[in-house]
Design a binder for this molecule. Structure first.
Ligand SMILES: [Zn+2]
Length: 279
């Protein structure tokens, strides 16, 4: 691998993110979101127009920090000996157009793809889904690899939407997050709810959640749930809405209980605090 062309502290951040991105690819395997070499994770280098992404076509059990590729926001390789993921252009487009996004994940996970193949959004019918997604998981346009079409479809669908996941029609899942770990979490949760709602549909029509309940659940999960800094641990398990004692928010997050995603999101899906202005 070539020596680091970056001045500190970028060099330190790149070293850290090479390790993190390499490790997070093993989470895709662990949660069975990928087969063969499909699927990829990237992370923005904070404060620099760079991101770290997986190399193309390398087996997951051979991925190492040194094998990761550093690209600029046009998707050009800045550091690394291998070719970057074939989805690099889509990741780069997202980083260019959504400055608050620190991580991007792409998978062809089975149940989510089953919805994508029908071009059908996953309806928000579970409390855990309201927590994480705050809405249905939307469908983005059909787009072929090779130019900015996929990236543009992701950004146009997710900008102004609460969901950190989009089902690209007839293709697969792209997720975003404040960092790469949050984007991986969204990919794991996306597949989980796609599977559960699919099974529910085999038995009949899932019951809809009201918009008001979705709003309450989303707001609580994004802003209250988890380990708040300097908070009394005893308080974090208590429902904040005393009018709804029969439906406490379950600890629905087996992945990352200590790190709620994007707590700065506003409760208004029409004007998310950190996405609407960035499209
Ligand atoms: Zn794909």
């Amino acid at each position: 691998m070539s020596s680091h062309p970056f001045p500190p502290p970028a060099a330190d951040a790149v070293i850290r993110l090479r390790q993190q991105v390499s490790d997070l690819h093993q989470e895709l395997v662990r949660y069975r979101l990928v087969v063969w070499t499909a699927g990829n994770v990237s992370a923005r280098v904070p404060g620099h127009d760079l991101f770290v992404i997986k190399p193309s076509g390398v087996d997951y059990d051979r991925l190492t920090p040194d094998a990761m590729i550093v690209c600029d926001l046009e998707g050009r390789v800045v550091e690394g000996d291998l070719s970057p993921s074939s989805d690099t252009a889509a990741h780069a487009y997202v980083y260019r157009h959504l400055p608050e996004v620190g991580g991007v994940v792409h998978t062809h996970s089975t149940y989510a793809c089953a919805w994508a193949a029908r071009g059908e959004p996953v309806p928000c019918v579970l409390t855990a889904m309201a927590d994480e997604f705050g809405a249905e998981i939307p469908v983005g346009p059909f787009a072929l690899i090779g130019d900015d079409s996929i990236g543009r479809g992701i950004v146009e669908t997710l900008a102004g939407h609460r969901s950190p996941a989009v089902l690209m029609k007839s293709h697969g899942v792209f997720t975003i997050g404040k960092d790469a770990r949050a984007a991986v979490k969204a990919a794991v949760m996306c597949e989980d709810v796609a599977r559960t709602v699919h099974i529910s549909r085999q038995l009949g029509d899932p019951l809809p959640l009201t918009r008001a309940d979705i709003d309450r659940l989303y707001d609580r999960y994004q802003n209250v749930y988890g380990q708040q800094a300097a908070a009394d641990p005893a308080d974090s398990a208590e429902p904040t809405d005393s009018a709804e004692p029969a439906d406490p928010v379950e600890p629905a997050d087996p992945v990352e209980p200590a790190d709620p995603v994007e707590p700065t999101d506003s409760a208004d899906p029409a004007a998310p605090a950190d996405r609407g202005a960035l499209a």
